[in-house]
Design a protein around this ligand. Structure first.
Ligand code: SF4
Length: 462
C-alpha cells in the first residue's frame, strides 16, 4: 500500500535544536510529537539526522546572530563532509526572516513559522524532494486555531512540565518583536489545558509551569480569567504544584494575587519584568504601568502571598535613557529585592516602534549600566539570602546535587535552589528544610522533618 503523501519512510531521523524561551522548548517537544505521527523519530545526534530543525528566537539581535552562525557552521561542515541533512528554521526567525533565509543564498532549506507546525511533515517531504533550483518551502503567518499539545516530557527541567496556555501578545511594548513574530494573543481552550495537565499527572508528573508570552492576560470569554484558570489547574487531582511564566505587572490584579496566596498548590513566585524603574522610560516603552503601580503590586503581593519571591527582566540603555532614569532603575532593584534579574543591553529590533527612535545611549554606557545593575542586584540578593538563614522552607527534590554522594538539589515552592544531604531523595518528594547558609544563589540546608504528605498523595489515577 502507498504511504500517505506526507509520511516519512521508516527510519527518518529529526534533530531539533532549541533557542530562546521556554515556549520554544515546549514547541520543540510538540514538533517532535507531530512529526512522530508521520514516521519521524527524534535523534540526539545531529550527525545522524535526515533533517535538522532550529527552533529560533528573535527577541534579541544576539539570539538571531547565534542561529545565523550555526547555520553557516552546518553548511560548511556539510560542504566538507559531503553528507547533508535538510536544514529547517522554525519559530520567530522563520516568521521574521523567511525570505532572507530560504531565498537568495538559501541559508536554510525551509522556514516554518510558529502557527504552521501541523504542516511540518508535509513541508519536510517537499523539501527533501526539491531540487536545488526549486523554491524552498515557506509556511508563515498566524492562525487562531493553531495550538499544539506537547506530550509530557520524560525528564522535564526542574521536574516541572511545561504547558503553554496561549500564543502571541496583544500588548505593544515598543521594543518588543513578539507581536510581530508570534502574532496576536490566542488562548488555548481551558478544557485542552486541563486535559494536558491531567496527562502530565497520569505520566507521573507532579508539577506544571503554565507558559505564555503574557500568561496573566489569559482570558477565555467573560467567565474565565487567569486567576480562574490557575485555580482550576491547581485543583487537578494528583497535581502538587503549579508555577507560571511570564506575568505582566499590569495584570497582577488583586484577584490574582489573592488567588495565588490562597492556594498552597500555586507556587508563590512571581516573574514580573519591570524593564525600567523610570516612569519616563516606561512610558516610552509603552509598558502601561508606572513605577508606583509596580511597587504597589509588589507590596500587595508581599501582604497576601506568604513567602512570595520575585524575579524580573530589565533593559538598560533604552533610547533616551538618562543617568537619572537609570538611577531610578537601580533604586527599584534595591527596593523590590528580587531573587534574580535578567538584564540586557537594549538592541533595536527591526519593525518595532522603538527601532524608529535614535539608539542614543552609547555601547560603553550600556555596558557600564549593565555592570552597575548586576552589582546592585548581587548586593540586594546577598542581604535577602542572609535573612533566610535559620528559616524553615518547603522544597521538592529535583535531582542529585554535584556536591557529593547523598546530596540532593531541591527547589522551594518560591523557586529557590537548596542543596542538602538526604537519606532518601525521591524526585518530586517534598521536604521541610532548615536553611543553614548560602553560596551565590544556592542555599545550603538540612532536613527539618520527614517528607510531607500533600494533597493528591496516595490517590494516583483516581
Ligand atoms: S507584554 Fe511582553 S510579549 Fe507582549 S509586547 Fe510587551 S514585552 Fe512583548
Amino acid at each position: 500500500m502507498d504511504r500517505p503523501r506526507d509520511e516519512a519512510p521508516p527510519g527518518r531521523l529529526v534533530y531539533v535544536e532549541t533557542y530562546g524561551c521556554q515556549m520554544n522548548v515546549y514547541d520543540s517537544a510538540a514538533i517532535v510529537g507531530l512529526l512522530g505521527a508521520h514516521g519521524w523519530r527524534q535523534t540526539d545526534d545531529p550527525d545522524r539526522a535526515d533533517a535538522l530543525l532550529l527552533n529560533t528566537c528573535s527577541v534579541r539581535e544576539h539570539a538571531e546572530h547565534r542561529v545565523i552562525s550555526r547555520l553557516g557552521e552546518l553548511r560548511q561542515r556539510y560542504a566538507r563532509d559531503g553528507r547533508r541533512a535538510l536544514l529547517g528554521v522554525c519559530g520567530c526567525m522563520a516568521e521574521r526572516l523567511a525570505g532572507v533565509l530560504v531565498q537568495g543564498r538559501r541559508i536554510a532549506d525551509l522556514a516554518v513559522g510558529v502557527d504552521q507546525y501541523d504542516r511540518l511533515a508535509e513541508l519536510l517531504e517537499i523539501a527533501l524532494r526539491a531540487g536545488p533550483q526549486e523554491p524552498a518551502p515557506i509556511a508563515i503567518g498566524h492562525r487562531g486555531d493553531a495550538h499544539y499539545v506537547a506530550p509530557p516530557a520524560a525528564n522535564p527541567a526542574n521536574n516541572s512540565h511545561l504547558v503553554t496556555i496561549h500564543k502571541g501578545c496583544d500588548y505593544r511594548c515598543t521594543y518588543c518583536v513578539v507581536p510581530l513574530t508570534r502574532g496576536p494573543q490566542r488562548e488555548k481552550a481551558p478544557e485542552v489545558i486541563l486535559a494536558e495537565v491531567a496527562a502530565v499527572v497520569a505520566a507521573g508528573g507532579v508539577e506544571v509551569t503554565l507558559l505564555g508570552q503574557n500568561v496573566t492576560a489569559y482570558r477565555c470569554g467573560e467567565a474565565l480569567d487567569f486567576a480562574g484558570l490557575l485555580e482550576r489547574v491547581a485543583a487537578v487531582p494528583g497535581l502538587r504544584r503549579v508555577r507560571f511564566l511570564t506575568g505582566h505587572p499590569r495584570d497582577l490584579s488583586d484577584r490574582l494575587l489573592r488567588a495565588i496566596g490562597a492556594d498552597p498548590a500555586i507556587c508563590p513566585w512571581l516573574h514580573v519584568p519591570a524593564q525600567s524603574g523610570s516612569d519616563r522610560v516606561l512610558k516610552r516603552m509603552k509598558r502601561l504601568y508606572g513605577r508606583a503601580d509596580y511597587l504597589r503590586m509588589v507590596e500587595k503581593a508581599r501582604a497576601w502571598i506568604p513567602q512570595v519571591t520575585f524575579s524580573g527582566d530589565f533593559i538598560v540603555g533604552f533610547p533616551g535613557e538618562t543617568d537619572a532614569d537609570f538611577r531610578d532603575t537601580l533604586e527599584l532593584v534595591r527596593g523590590v529585592g528580587y531573587d534574580t534579574i535578567f538584564s540586557f543591553k537594549y538592541s533595536a529590533r527591526p519593525g518595532t516602534p522603538a527601532a524608529r527612535l535614535p539608539d542614543d545611549v552609547s555601547q560603553t554606557t550600556k555596558r557600564e549600566r549593565l555592570a552597575a545593575l548586576m552589582a546592585a542586584q548581587d548586593e540586594a540578593w546577598r542581604q535577602l539570602a542572609a535573612a533566610q538563614v535559620g528559616q524553615t522552607v518547603r522544597a521538592a527534590v529535583e535531582a542529585r546535587a554535584r556536591r557529593g554522594a547523598g546530596w540532593w538539589r531541591l527547589r522551594t515552592t518560591n523557586n529557590r535552589k537548596v542543596v542538602l544531604p538526604l537519606r532518601d531523595g525521591a524526585v518530586g518528594q517534598e521536604h521541610e528544610v532548615l536553611i543553614t547558609g548560602f553560596k551565590d544563589t544556592t542555599f545550603l540546608g538540612e532536613a527539618a522533618a520527614g517528607p510531607r504528605a500533600r494533597r493528591g498523595d496516595g490517590s494516583c489515577g483516581s
